[in-house]
Write a protein that binds this ligand. Structure first.
Ligand code: GLN
Length: 482
């Protein structure tokens, strides 16, 4: 990780060190970030709300102390930031300003970080390409004809392009790990309950978790240490003490056992399969024992995920009706017409599809057949993962079945888009932590990720394994060619 050069291309750890020492002035730093975003954002559309004045004010208001002193952070636009826009990339929230900061934002500010701007996403975090945004798609910095992944595509692109060192996203079925893999950065989805969801606009509450993008495991560890922990405003947060994630990075992973699951990579195309096998060789060279684990119900994950996620979304999105939340349709109408018109005008097609599918899965007569069975299968997947972790420390899988696909390629075929989450959804169903680390470049020069999954609260071990993998890869930072 370079210690000089454009601020956004430096690590959060080195920026905060220099700010604390007084060798990097907040003013210079703010100016550098603003210049970098203004230069690249028209082309990338990583940020959907970036205001140089707001960024400058946020930077000036940050303090030169704390674990993230002076560190600029890009924030997915479904995480509330007080006073500035929080739109979820939806027409229905296009002018919404939150009265509060999300808990994660308060904690970042208390550690000295500042919000550089809000990043693009698939509307309400529903998608795998950031093409379902009311503000237009984000481009992958490695190849602008391709998607950055989704739904946190703007955050992944902002970090990959070196506009900021770290970013926040949300991961309901893979929305941090999949874009991290497509953009060649590290993406961590913590254990469900490890990080407060207060101020995260809910998509599927039993699956949603705020996650972190960075260009190293160390920066992920630094940010996690700041945002993790119990929050009285989110009763689902754990009271488990927050360990020192950074000191857990040391020590290597010799002696660790990593499980691989038959049927998860053998059928991939040659390049993805070879890359996964090479990643296993790197792990073995680090002293890891690789063994097989059985997860017979894993193949149900996508079906289960899309029933449960959509069912929960149909309930969570009921509040956007033009009265409680959301832009109200203009003109005279009855209460009922007002709901219908506000939602018809405010939501995009993918969101409507999810609400209809979710409502159907919960409707009387179908509830047991869909929602009930999905819950049952979810419990099976969770139990199988728990049993697997009785025999191995971590599980390795590809993060994605393909490299970043071309814009437009999957838009007409929702099912093929949904299949992008085949390797990432299981961790959300089980509530366990998982990380995607850059593992290789394809023959076309596109990033490929390796995913590691751990048991509940195994973030220290996941981060240590990610750090070891990263350092033995010989390509610690993968900043895209310009
Ligand atoms: N791609 C998945 C979906 O469309 C996951 C989204 C997410 O994790 N927010 O639901």
């Amino acid at each position: 990780m370079s210690d000089t050069g454009p601020v956004g291309a430096r690590s959060a750890a080195s920026i905060s060190r220099d700010v604390r020492r007084g060798t990097l002035a907040l003013r210079t730093l703010g100016g550098d970030v603003i210049d970098a975003v203004e230069k690249r954002n028209d082309e990338l559309r990583a940020f959907v709300h970036f205001d140089a004045g707001e960024a400058r004010a946020a930077c000036d208001a940050s303090h030169a102390e704390g674990a993230l002193a002076g560190v600029p952070i890009a924030v997915k636009d479904n995480i509330a930031t007080r006073g500035t826009l929080t739109t979820c990339a939806s027409r229905i929230l296009s002018s919404y300003r939150s009265p509060n900061d999300a808990t994660v934002i308060e904690r970042l500010a208390a550690a000295g970080a500042w919000v550089a701007g809000k990043t693009n996403l698939d509307e309400f975090a529903m998608g795998s390409s950031t093409e379902h945004s009311a503000f237009g798609p984000t481009s992958n910095p490695w190849d602008p004809t391709r998607v950055p992944g989704g739904s946190s595509g703007g955050s992944a692109a902002a970090v990959a392009a070196g506009l900021v060192p770290v970013a926040l996203g949300s991961d309901t079925g893979g929305s941090v790990r999949q874009p991290a893999a497509f953009c060649g950065v590290t993406g961590l989805k913590p254990t469900w309950g490890r990080v407060s969801r207060s101020g995260l606009v809910a998509f599927a509450s039993s699956l949603d978790q705020i996650g972190i993008f960075a260009r190293s495991a160390r920066d992920c560890a630094r940010v996690l240490g700041v945002i993790a922990g119990h929050d009285p405003r989110d009763a689902t947060t754990s009271i488990e003490p927050v360990p020192d994630y950074e000191s857990a990075l040391e020590g290597g992973i010799a002696g660790l056992s990593v499980g691989i699951v038959e049927g998860t990579w053998e059928t991939l195309d040659d390049e993805m399969r070879v890359c996964f096998e090479r990643s296993l060789t790197i792990l073995r060279d680090l002293g890891v024992t690789v063994t097989h684990v059985a997860l017979p119900s894993l193949g149900l994950s996508i079906a289960v995920y899309y029933i449960i996620a959509n069912a929960e979304a149909s309930a969570n999105l009921a509040r956007f009706d033009g009265i409680r939340y959301g832009r109200r349709a203009e003109g005279d109408h009855t209460l009922r017409e007002g709901y219908v018109r506000s939602r018809t005008e405010g939501f995009g097609d993918e969101v409507k599809r999810r609400i209809m599918l979710g409502t159907f899965a919960l409707s009387s007569g179908y509830y047991d057949e869909y929602y009930g069975r999905a819950q049952h299968a979810r419990a099976m997947i969770t139990a199988e993962l728990r049993a697997a972790f009785g025999g191995v420390d971590l599980i390795a899988m590809p993060t994605t079945p393909t490299v970043a696909f071309r814009k437009g390629e999957k838009l007409a075929d929702p099912l093929s888009m949904y299949l992008s989450d085949v390797y990432t959804a299981p961790a959300n169903l089980a509530g366990i932590p998982a990380i995607s680390v850059p593992a290789a470049l394809s023959s076309e020069g596109l990033p490929i990720g390796l995913q590691l999954l751990g048991p509940h609260f195994a973030e220290p071990l996941l981060l240590r394994a990610a750090a070891a993998f990263e350092s033995s890869l010989g390509v610690p930072v993968m900043v895209p060619p310009r």
